[in-house]
Write a protein of this length. Structure first.
Lengths: 172, 318
């Protein structure tokens, strides 16, 4: 019994010469992986249009229900959110919204320094969330691969999309 | 008394201020050392290497609400923390730090120190009792039982030293160690006294009176502000006192080559204080019955054997 006590004393003493594991945070930033799950952003497609099509899948996937949005439709046929609101005082940075998003619009970034003195300031609106670039996916443009017709891109004009077939002409 | 008054006063206030300041600095030193032993830096942000952490803690403690519960026994509640600090400071009076430093030259210095460190337990018992809180009372009951058990062989373990030096005077005991340190012939006594000293100052692994897992904070559950601070300073004073006593009794006091006496004394004491902190960093707390069993069934017989053997050998030689 005594030997094990003395051994543990020695083992603890040896730690005096070990390197500290502490990252002295405000002076010394920790390494955050590029796909670290931090502050949420809304990205744009390569043409600079909003990627978000207001499908609400992120809001459905969100475990703490911190995403709120409303769909609107542009005259050119594109869908977009009228408002898009994330309450970061609820958000748990789980990334499920990013997984659920069919258009790569919502993405998480390696930034977690978003403290506020006023709780209301934790609620981010669409203007706060939108960035100018495409985020992690540089070439992806939802309307260019989807079948939905918008002004300037009719049915069958998307990438890898065949011309639409009139089934009545098939004489089935 | 042939020494001039101002030297005596300088001695008194020097020792008083130095010990209180050291106890305060030890709150930082302990956390820092614990940090290093746990692979983290510890408090390092206030001032150079975090040394001003002490000042920050003091300011915080002074500005805390000095809360006294309505159900407490108020006069006892207020007085209890002063007892531990006062007795520990008084006990330092007889510790000789160098040939010229040391407040009192008592013929029964050793007994005086033992008495004072025993009185310190009143502080905890009264504090726990006056808090009128079941956790506090449980903590102080444990403190009482622990102190009664460990005091017995704490005194007995020192009798070997007294027999070797033939005096209760701490200064004579140090002088008797000019040739060799008493840790060599009294190694068993040293071990027993060291363990009893940890129990006496209620440090981990013998901090059952304030076992935070079981008793929230034990006897000082209801204390806040500077009253709590005094309990803490008292604990650190006890650590320094026990270390200084071990230095005086077993490690040859101020004796040592090359360096001036006071430096040797401080070095030895600092080493022992670090050992106290290392014990805290590495050892778990025993169960209460294990503590009692260890005290009565292991340490007491050990100290009695040590006493008898030392006495027998001394008689044989003489």
């Amino acid at each position: 019994m005594i030997a094990s006590q003395i051994r543990s004393l020695w083992l603890v003493f040896k730690h005096l010469f070990r390197r500290n594991v502490t990252v002295q945070y405000p002076d010394q930033k920790p390494y955050l992986a590029p796909r670290y799950r931090g502050r949420i952003i809304l990205t744009r497609d390569p043409n600079g249009d909003e990627r978000c099509v207001a499908c609400n899948l992120c809001a459905v996937a969100c475990p703490p229900d911190c995403i709120s949005l409303q769909k609107t439709e542009d005259p050119d046929g594109r869908w977009r959110p009228a408002y898009f609101r994330i309450n970061f005082s609820r958000c748990i940075m789980c990334g499920l919204c990013e997984d659920a998003c069919p258009t790569y619009a919502i993405q998480l970034t390696p930034d977690f320094e978003m403290c506020e003195y006023d709780r209301q300031n934790m609620v981010y609106e669409k203007e706060d969330l939108l960035i100018d670039g495409p985020g992690k996916y540089h070439d992806y443009s939802f309307y260019q691969v989807a079948g939905k017709a918008i002004r300037g891109k009719g049915k069958g004009e998307a990438q890898n999309e065949a011309e639409p077939i009139d089934i009545k002409s098939l004489n089935l | 008394m042939s020494t001039p008054l101002w030297i005596t006063l300088l001695n008194i206030f020097g020792v008083l201020i130095a010990t209180v300041l050291l106890a305060a600095v030890l709150t930082w030193g302990e956390r820092r050392l614990l940090g290093f032993w746990q692979d983290r830096p510890g408090p390092n942000r206030v001032g150079p290497f975090g040394t001003l952490q002490v000042v920050a803690d003091m300011i915080k403690l002074f500005f805390k609400e000095d809360f006294i519960p309505r159900f407490a026994d108020i006069p006892v509640f207020v007085l209890a923390p002063t007892v531990v600090m006062a007795t520990m400071l008084i006990a330092f009076a007889v510790v000789p730090m160098s040939p010229s430093i040391g407040v009192a030259d008592l013929n029964i210095g050793l007994l005086f120190v033992l008495a004072m460190s025993s009185i310190a337990v009143y502080s905890i018992i009264l504090g726990g009792y006056a808090s009128n809180n079941k956790y506090a009372l449980l903590g102080s009951l444990r403190a009482a039982a622990q102190t009664v058990s460990y005091e017995v062989f704490m005194g007995l373990s020192l009798m070997g030293v007294v027999m070797l030096s033939g005096s209760f005077n701490l200064r004579d005991i140090v002088d008797a160690q000019a040739g060799y340190w008493f840790i060599l012939p009294q190694f068993l006594g040293f071990i027993v006294f060291f363990i009893a000293g940890i129990a006496e100052s209620r440090r981990t692994p013998f901090d059952l009176p304030e076992a935070e897992h079981e008793l929230t904070a034990g006897f000082h559950t209801e204390y806040s502000g500077m009253k709590f601070g005094m309990f803490f300073v008292g604990e650190y004073l006890a650590v320094i006192l026990i270390s200084a006593l071990i230095t005086t009794l077993f490690l040859g006091g101020w004796h040592g080559p090359w360096l001036p006496p006071i430096v040797w004394f401080c070095l030895k004491t600092a080493f022992l204080v670090a050992l106290f902190i290392l014990l805290r960093a590495s050892l778990p707390r025993p169960r209460y019955d294990q503590l009692m069993k260890f005290g009565w069934k292991v340490m007491l017989p050990l100290s009695l054997v040590n006493l008898l053997a030392t006495a027998g050998i001394l008689l044989w030689i003489a």
